[in-house]
Design a protein around this ligand. Structure first.
Ligand SMILES: C[S@@+](CC[C@H](N)C(=O)[O-])C[C@H]1O[C@@H](n2cnc3c(N)ncnc32)[C@H](O)[C@@H]1O
Length: 279
């Protein structure tokens, strides 16, 4: 299937083809339709504006997040890290996708320096800041600048893959299939993001708050015009994103099992820990 958002380059929404042959699983029409809609609505933003936004953000990313989320992002990340660590023996090989300034690798290595961590992100600016932070702490994180939809690793390389605060900007079925491919059988996929809240009573005020807080943060840190153009996008992307239970269903369709989900405020922040079935 193919969508042409805003008449730009085509965004390809992958159906079942090769993956179905490999895993015996297929993705249901409702998820494919939803992904086509997300690509039509946001494909241009993902390709053109998001890379510009993350050119601007590295130096104030942590402070901006803390202000916009009232500290909740960091609190929930701590719980996410604790859940990951329960599944990771010392020396495990971990890949952090859309690693940004390496928040997850740095938190994991602070608890267990024996982990071997690779990181990928499309932004050279976020990656450079992450590498600077790792260097400052004397830690090694092997980083590559590349697209999350085409991971530069052989099949079955990693014991764990992590993905935090980025899947709203991705063709998620395609990205999840790539993650499934590079995980070893029995490996864990750890996902944490701002999802669409299940409760309407929470969703409406939350999205109004989100627009306001992103606008305030952009003004406070003197963001670029590209970041300012994205203020509406951040709330719209959540309105069209998945609720926690929907994400659980999607993970199952991609082939993950043993899915554990914990949510804060019915999905404002939510993590899923799942496993690629052992052979
Ligand atoms: C909000 S930051 C999250 C960074 C980090 N995971 C964290 O928890 O702090 C989103 C990151 O996703 C990256 N990103 C967005 N689209 C991407 C893509 N298609 N491929 C790789 N990275 C992407 C951006 O460059 C940015 O660094």
């Amino acid at each position: 299937m193919e969508a042409r958002p805003g008449g730009g380059a085509p965004v390809r929404i992958f159906g079942c083809g090769k993956f179905k042959r490999r895993t015996g699983l297929s993705i249901s029409e409702s998820f494919l339709r939803r992904e086509n809609l997300r690509a039509r609505l946001f494909g241009d933003t993902w390709r053109t504006l998001i890379p510009e936004v993350f050119r601007d953000v590295p130096t104030y990313y942590d402070k901006g997040n803390a202000i916009a989320s009232l500290g909740n992002c960091s609190r929930c990340s701590n719980k996410f890290i604790a859940a990951i660590r329960r599944r990771l023996p010392p020396g495990s090989k971990v890949l952090d996708v859309c690693s940004g300034t390496h928040d997850i690798p740095l938190r994991l290595l602070a608890k267990d320096p024996t982990l071997e961590i690779d990181a990928v992100d499309r932004s050279p600016h976020m990656t450079a800041e992450g590498q600077r932070r790792a260097g400052e702490r004397g830690l090694t994180i092997r980083a590559q600048v590349c697209d999350a939809h085409a991971l530069p690793f052989p099949d079955e390389t990693f014991d764990a893959v992590t993905l935090q605060f980025a899947s709203r900007h991705l063709e998620i079925i395609r990205a999840f299939k790539e993650i499934h491919r590079v995980l070893k059988p029995g490996g864990v996929f750890c996902h944490h993001d701002m999802l669409r809240p299940t409760s309407r009573i929470i969703e409406e005020p939350y999205l109004i708050y989100l627009r306001g807080s992103v606008w305030f943060t952009a003004k406070l840190f003197g963001s670029s015009p590209e970041s300012t153009k994205c203020i509406g996008y951040f709330a719209d992307a959540i309105r069209h994103f998945y609720k926690p239970r929907e994400l659980t269903a999607l993970l199952k369709e991609v082939g993950f099992v043993e899915i554990e989900n914990r949510s804060f405020l019915t999905g404002v922040l939510s993590y899923h820990i799942s496993r690629k079935p052992p052979r």
